[in-house]
Write a protein that binds this ligand. Structure first.
Ligand SMILES: Nc1ncnc2c1ncn2[C@@H]1O[C@H](COP(=O)(O)OP(=O)(O)OP(=O)(O)O)[C@@H](O)[C@H]1O
Length: 368
């Protein structure tokens, strides 16, 4: 297997649409890298640059030890010579071809002997559990099966790198869970270096060895799923990877008495935080890190008291409850393991180990 390395890759469309801005990304050999970001922020462009479907404006793209694109050095290796398999967002199956012929297509282009094509197609169809569909047309398959055909077609030529563009977006929520598990399993079984792009945090958190977060063509953070979730470098990443309560306020006090003061939400902080400018910050706390209690909790050092609120909404969400608590004029989202009645008064606590403080101006993580 090979590593994929993008070195300061920039892609500008037309005069000034900067789709990728000095992207520095190393995908290790055999790694499952998930690149996530909102729609239109450069994810597809990044994949197309690796596949060779798009030429970068600047920078270098390496696949293994081969420099496959470098405008400065006048190097551009076309897609067919890159040994890369790609699964497109809409799967792009040929509707008039049976499954067998869809999968065989890349091998026919390579002009492999008929017997070899037959063998390879049957082998990969077996691995992906679609051997019994080879005689059917794509329209005669379920969404999940169609996706497997698209993956089989990408894998049949034994590429060194697998690229997947939002491969689950055409599947309904229930099938998506199975499809994710399947993709992860295949990737690990084959040990193929993989880049998958998605706007769905659930894809990223469940599939990735590491996640890269892209915003307006700029990589914000690269890290383990747990790092991205627990130690997001800025408000954008924190917000994008999962639900989070964000409160505007400032840091007040000093020594052992440092507080975040956000008006309705005032909490003592475990340590002094170095804030620039006028001390304006944003406090972030994920809903599962807020604790509600009917009684005062006095025996837990990790919990910081925030105040007394009232339950506004409490929804059962299968094994947990999504609760909204009103703290004077502020609302706090909570994921709770117990249910609360509407209008019920509750004491609100934050888990001090999970509090994040961001600089208001730069939105960068200061503490957390
Ligand atoms: N061929 C093109 N010509 C001009 N602009 C383009 C072209 N392809 C992409 N862009 C622009 O580049 C930016 C990044 O697009 P890209 O498709 O990479 O985003 P994305 O994150 O994959 O979005 P989505 O999730 O909607 O597919 C967008 O502003 C888009 O309009």
């Amino acid at each position: 297997m090979v590593r994929v390395y993008l070195h300061e890759v920039t892609k500008i469309f037309g005069k000034n649409v900067v789709a990728l801005d000095k992207v520095e990304l190393e995908v290790r050999s055999g790694e499952f890298m998930v690149v996530m970001g909102p729609s239109g922020h450069g994810k597809t462009t990044l994949l197309r640059v690796v596949a060779g479907l798009e030429e970068p404006t600047d920078g270098e793209v390496w696949i293994g030890d081969t420099l496959v694109a470098s405008p400065r050095k006048g190097i551009f290796i076309p897609p067919k010579d890159r040994n890369v398999g790609m699964v497109f967002q809409n799967w792009a199956l040929y509707p008039h071809m049976k499954v067998f012929d869809n999968i065989a297509f890349p091998l026919r282009i390579k002009k492999l002997p008929k017997s070899e094509i037959e063998k390879k197609v049957r082998e990969i169809a077996e691995v992906l559990g679609i051997a019994e569909t080879l005689d059917r047309y794509p329209r005669q398959l379920s969404g999940g099966q169609q996706q497997r055909v698209a993956i089989a077609r990408a894998l049949v030529k034994e590429p060194q790198v697998l690229l997947m563009d939002e491969p689950f977006s055409n599947l309904d929520a229930r099938i998506r869970v199975t499809a994710r598990a399947f993709v992860k399993d295949i990737q690990k079984k084959l040990g193929i270096t993989t880049i998958l792009v998605t706007h769905d945090p659930a894809d990223a958190l469940t599939l990735a060895d590491r996640i890269a977060v892209l915003r307006r063509g700029v990589i914000q953070q690269i890290g383990l799923p747990s790092e991205i979730y627990d130690k997001p470098v800025n408000v954008f990443v924190a917000n994008f990877i999962g639900d989070i309560n964000l409160f505007d306020g400032s840091i007040v006090g000093k020594g052992n008495e440092v507080y975040f003061d956000g008006g309705d939400v005032k909490v003592q902080l475990p340590q002094n935080i170095n804030v620039q400018g006028n001390g304006s910050v944003i406090l972030g706390i994920r809903p599962e890190d807020v604790v509600l209690s009917k009684e005062v909790i006095s025996n837990n050092n990790d919990l910081i008291y925030v105040g007394k609120g009232t339950v506004e909404i409490s929804e059962f969400a299968g094994g947990k409850f999504n609760v909204m608590v009103k703290l004077q004029s502020t609302e706090v989202k909570v994921v709770s393991s117990t249910s609360f009645g509407l209008g019920e008064p509750v004491h609100v606590y934050f888990n001090s180990r999970k509090i994040k403080i961001f600089d208001k101006q730069t939105e960068k993580l200061l503490y957390g």
